[in-house]
Design a protein around this ligand. Structure first.
Ligand code: ATP
Length: 364
């Protein structure tokens, strides 16, 4: 009987529980044993009770739960070979031969490294006497498949990552609340949202709420943003959405404080707006998953189990994507490489759209 384990790693995202539930139940449906590795790679490295066998009912009610019920962690030990050696030993001892990892590009890169090193890890474990040749003889290959769990929607090759639409929905809800008070008091609000490297959340929230300005890490803005603000701002309420990692056209970081200072500037020619900053923080991450994320996680979880069962030692490590509404398998490392390449660019047409549909009735 095959033993398939699932784990969540990196930052949590809504929908991760739905993914774990789908993997556990699909695994059992396919006649295999299902396992969960708790606390991300930390669970692999520590082993023992962090690697647990799961039954059908163990994941009852998990579809709608926020966060990840099996825990996640950033695990320093797994970056180093000795940590991965211990992880390999723990997997062999539990008899697990396939791993499905739901996480961001870091977690999935670690997974690919682990899989490619697997034969040499086993060899070393036997040569150092940690394991016997007999113990490793049935575990010569470790199949790994990735599920992309991230609120940032930051992996190339998939239209959506598990969690991004829940975070976007929450941001929009919060911006709506803030907008009501902003317009009551004729105030400007600078709203900081997550996104250190990828501005998808900020950009889409800008489109979806009709924000006046959006600042993102990909720095597509050709003009000087300070001049732009002076030209365009001047109405009853002003909403500016800024991603944590926002940058100007020269790549210099733009902070919420800096934007506030510009809007609130009372000196001659200044905008002199009563301005507040709201940092949305972790409310964007937590909470229940929207229907789309539950559906995406479930369909992708099912496909991930099929993919690990189909995988051979020759197959490249794959991840499950959604492209044009189809759930598909794609080579993982190609997507990671493309993500790094396109992190400096954003479709400026989308950006212009976000900007141009703003309210105009109160403008100067
Ligand atoms: P998020 O989108 O939230 O940042 P992520 O999966 O990219 O998610 P990371 O912190 O980059 O988050 O990675 C999570 C864990 O994956 C790390 O703590 C580490 O254990 C493992 N990991 C990441 N990159 C590597 C790597 N290059 N080699 C080995 N392990 C890695």
């Amino acid at each position: 009987k095959k033993k398939i384990a699932v784990m969540t790693s990196g930052g949590d995202s809504p929908g991760m529980n739905a993914a774990v539930r789908a993997v556990v139940r699909m695994t059992i449906h396919m006649g295999c044993d299902a396992y969960c590795v708790y606390e991300g790679y930390e669970g692999l490295v520590q082993g023992s009770n962090l690697i647990r066998k799961m039954e059908w009912d163990d994941v009852r009610g998990w579809l709608s739960e926020g966060g990840t019920l099996i825990g996640t962690a950033r695990c320093m030990a797994f970056y180093e070979r000795p940590g991965r050696l211990t992880a390999a030993k723990n997997l062999v001892l539990s008899g697990i031969d396939a791993l499905i990892i739901c996480g961001g590009d870091g977690s999935l890169t670690g997974a690919d490294k682990f899989r490619s090193e697997w034969p040499s890890l086993l060899k070393e474990l036997v040569s150092t006497g940690e394991l016997t040749a007999d113990q490793v003889k049935d575990c010569q290959h470790l199949n790994i498949v990735g599920l992309v769990g991230s609120i940032d929607n930051d992996l190339a090759g998939t239209d959506a990552t598990i969690g991004c639409y829940s975070a976007l929905a929450r941001i929009c809800e919060m911006v709506d609340y803030i907008e009501a008070t902003a317009s009551s008091h004729s105030r400007a609000f600078v709203i900081e949202v997550m996104g250190r490297h990828c501005g998808w959340l900020a950009l889409m929230a800008g489109v979806a709420t009709g924000a006046d300005f959006v600042f993102i890490p990909e720095r597509p803005r050709e003009h000087d943003w300070k001049e732009d603000m002076h030209r365009k701002i001047g109405k009853r309420k002003t909403i500016v959405i800024v991603a944590e990692g926002a940058r100007d056209k020269n790549g210099t970081k733009i902070t919420a404080e800096e934007i506030k200072d510009l809007l609130a500037d009372k000196s001659e020619g200044g905008l002199a707006l009563d301005t507040r900053i709201t940092t949305l923080g972790h409310v964007q991450r937590g909470g229940t998953a929207v229907a789309y994320d539950r559906m995406l996680a479930t369909l992708q979880g099912v496909e991930a189990v099929k993919a690990v069962l189909d995988a051979t030692p020759e197959t490249e490590t794959s991840f499950i994507a959604i492209t044009e509404n189809q759930i598909v398998r794609k080579p993982l490392m190609k997507a990671v490489a493309e993500t790094k390449k396109c992190s400096e660019a954003v479709d400026s047409k989308d950006f212009e759209l976000a900007m141009s549909l703003r309210d105009s009735e109160f403008e100067d």
